[in-house]
Write a protein that binds this ligand. Structure first.
Ligand SMILES: Nc1ncnc2c1ncn2[C@@H]1O[C@H](COP(=O)(O)OP(=O)(O)O)[C@@H](O)[C@H]1O
Ligand SMILES: [Mg+2]
Length: 414
């Protein structure tokens, strides 16, 4: 039987380290998969930016997109590739364009999750447009920011409704600061959100398809120490809860890859940021957890490239709402149904069977790769753009060393 190649396209911007590792491990896997009467291998290529005819064929079966939340030519190429050429893309560009953090808060509230009290404010300043003056004169109500502050209570956070990367985020302890920060906020449309303060645990749950990883997170640490290396730091029921709410939101929005932030206060988990559709994937922040991400990404991309499952790119919210709107059930009870819907959408069982049948050697191949000079070089290349020249050697060793701690903890798979 002749081989057919299934192609994974990487739509990249500034990413350096993870694509090198992804490409290298994929090659070392040397896949030879018989699926539905075809003999398949899987290859990877980086997507380039160029003019395109809308009817030009697309060679990729899967595109992993890291660019199009801000680079729109590629975003529109991806949409064409989905609509006209049946490409599977993660993340879904429509879901990113239209569903920001604000929509995710609303969805979580509807599903019964305890989002801290949140208000939205009209912006302080506007870009002048023809209709601006009559619109504001007729309809914009004067409001007392101090009163909203009092109602919400201090401390609180002011942050953009569609935020990311901590842009424009400030913690506010009193009315004076609230007024100052609003003055400074310019044209940004802001949320005010009650702070979860104090909190005794901050977790980022990374979701990639049906796979999840819980990471203990310290927002106050320098960038290279925010993700703590330890694992298994939560009781099993809390781990399950965080995995379940992550899968629920990711399936709800059709986000295959997301990183979900929750804070614990008095034993209760509060979701504060579940809309990170281009999650941090750099070795310089993930370090110990970096191999998990590369492997999870490979599994999910290969699975989708090979089986080419038909995917709804406009996720249907109704089944979630039908569960949510039942007044007689507890949240925990509903969550079990949400997760069942999520597993249906991600086809978890089929995915796990596929990995067991075709990717049994991934752990071993990855374990070996993460101990190579090629891996060390990928780390170095990333460090070189992030740190001053006199620190690159030390930081390369720091991050590479943490990957070696991961290898030591895993042990060589057999
Ligand atoms: N309600 C909140 N309570 C406590 N800390 C918060 C809250 N909202 C935001 N923060 C802090 O601010 C950081 C950035 O806010 P976040 O909503 O995650 O914005 P971004 O999308 O920019 O990451 C969070 O990682 C957290 O440390
Ligand atoms: Mg965040």
């Amino acid at each position: 039987m002749d081989h057919t190649t299934r192609w994974i396209g990487l739509s990249l911007g500034a990413d350096i380290c993870w694509p090198i590792c992804f490409e290298e491990i994929l090659r070392r896997l040397d896949l030879d998969i018989v699926h539905a009467g075809e003999r398949l291998t899987v290859d990877v290529e980086r997507v380039t930016i160029e003019p395109f005819a809308l009817d030009k064929p697309v060679k990729y079966d899967v595109v992993i997109d890291r660019l199009t939340h801000w680079y729109h030519t590629s975003r529109e190429w991806i949409k064409k590739a989905v609509v006209l050429n049946d490409v599977y893309v993660f993340n879904n560009p429509w879901a990113i364009q239209a569903m920001e953090k604000h929509t995710s808060y609303c969805a979580m509230m509807r599903l019964g999750m305890p989002v801290p009290d949140t208000w939205m404010l009209p912006p302080k300043a506007y870009v002048a447009t023809d209709d601006l003056k009559p619109t504001l004169q007729r309809y914009a109500r004067l409001f007392d920011l101090g009163q909203i502050g009092q109602q919400l209570g201090y401390p609180m956070f002011m942050k953009p409704y569609d935020g990311g990367a901590w842009r424009g985020v400030s913690k506010i302890a009193d009315e004076r600061t609230l007024r100052d920060k609003y003055e400074e906020s310019g044209t940004l449309v802001m949320h005010l959100q009650k702070a979860v303060d104090p909190f005794d645990s901050f977790v980022r749950c990374i979701g990639l398809g049906p796979q999840t990883l819980l990471v203990d997170y310290d927002p106050a640490a320098p960038l290279h120490d925010r993700y703590r290396p330890k694992t298994g730091f939560l009781p099993a029921d809390q781990q399950q809860h965080l995995r379940d709410i992550t899968l629920t939101i990711n399936a709800f929005f059709g986000w295959d890859f997301n990183s979900c932030e929750s804070l614990r206060q008095a034993g209760r988990w509060y979701p504060i940021d579940f809309a990170n559709a281009c999650p941090d994937s750099q070795v310089t922040s993930l370090h110990y957890h970096f191999p998990w991400l590369i492997k999870a990404n490979l599994r999910w991309a290969i699975f989708n490239a090979v089986v080419r499952r038909g995917v709804r790119h406009m996720p249907d919210w109704q089944p979630f709402f039908e569960v949510a709107d039942d007044p007689d059930r507890t949240f925990e009870d509903k969550l079990a149904d949400y997760v069942a819907l999520a597993h249906q959408r991600f086809e978890t069982e089929r995915f796990e069977a596929f990995c067991a049948e075709h990717l049994g050697h991934l752990d071993e191949v990855a374990y070996d790769f993460f101990g190579t000079e090629r891996c060390r070089d990928a780390v170095r290349q990333k460090v070189e753009v992030l740190f001053p020249a006199h620190e690159t050697a030390d930081f390369t060793e720091l991050f590479y060393g943490r990957i070696q701690s991961w290898r030591a903890a895993e042990g060589r798979p057999r």
